[in-house]
Unconditional design. Structure first.
Length: 249
């Protein structure tokens, strides 16, 4: 009966070999071909027929069957002391890197300092274009630790709360888009931040706003990206601004 079965069969685990550099994050239950098949025999049964029982996951059950826990062991890493999700580290303290990892609550907060010093170039001027470039060292990704082609860009307030998705002047969501420069062996994300820079310049109340990058699958994977900060030689994070000055008639 079912009670005796549950008493003897506690469950199972799907996991990589101890020597594998990987993990099992999930599997599809959208088909009846995903199941556990138990083969059995009955004592003194002389039949040659193979006997088995299929245990199929009911994907329409209430509540639905799902995996709901991801934990992280950061011992021996640059983020070993990272516990509180509201805690922040300066990239200077992390070997000039900034980290993002889905599933375990790590995001890279981007601050654009000294933006008001643009006024020092002249009284009459305007930002025509602003693009943020964030480089990724080639050693920090591979075919197994791959990079997202795009990342979502959100605005954070002073309390580290998401205010909204960053949008351009057409109201379209801004994305961080990956670029591969094979000639110079460079990999970097570009983010059009003209509207955000204009807001910072025009309003004293928005000076505490920052940006954060998150992938679409932030809650269902553990993909990670390691970005360079502004102190990495030749591959430093940078903000490129096209600024026009106007002379008084």
């Amino acid at each position: 009966n079912i009670d005796l079965f549950r008493e003897n069969f506690k469950g199972f685990t799907i996991q990589p070999e101890d020597a594998d550099n990987g993990s099992i994050l999930g599997f599809s239950v959208a088909t009846d071909e995903t199941m556990v098949r138990i083969y059995y025999n009955v004592p003194e049964d002389i039949s040659d027929d193979e006997q088995y029982l299929d245990l199929v996951i009911n994907s329409t059950s209430t509540p639905q069957t799902y995996f709901n826990h991801v934990s992280a062991d950061r011992s021996g890493t640059a983020l070993e002391g990272f516990e509180d999700q509201t805690e922040t580290y300066d990239s200077d303290e992390l070997n000039n890197y900034s980290y993002m990892q889905a599933g375990v609550g790590i995001g890279n907060k981007i601050t654009i300092p000294y933006i008001n010093t643009l006024y020092e170039t002249g009284d009459n001027g305007t930002v025509l274009d602003a693009t943020l470039k964030l480089y990724v060292n080639n050693s920090n990704y591979s075919d197994y630790l791959f990079l997202n082609e795009t990342l979502n860009v959100y605005v954070l307030d002073r309390h580290q709360d998401l205010v909204q998705a960053l949008t351009d002047y057409n109201g379209d969501a801004v994305l961080a888009t990956i670029n591969y420069d094979n000639e110079f062996s460079q990999t970097y994300y570009t983010i059009p931040v003209t509207s955000f820079v204009d807001d910072l310049i025009a309003s004293t109340t928005k000076q505490d706003l920052t940006l954060i990058l998150l992938p679409d699958d932030y809650e269902t994977t553990v993909n990670r990206t390691v970005f360079n900060n502004e102190n990495v030689d030749n591959y430093e994070a940078e903000l490129e601004i096209t600024y026009a000055l106007y002379e008084d008639e």
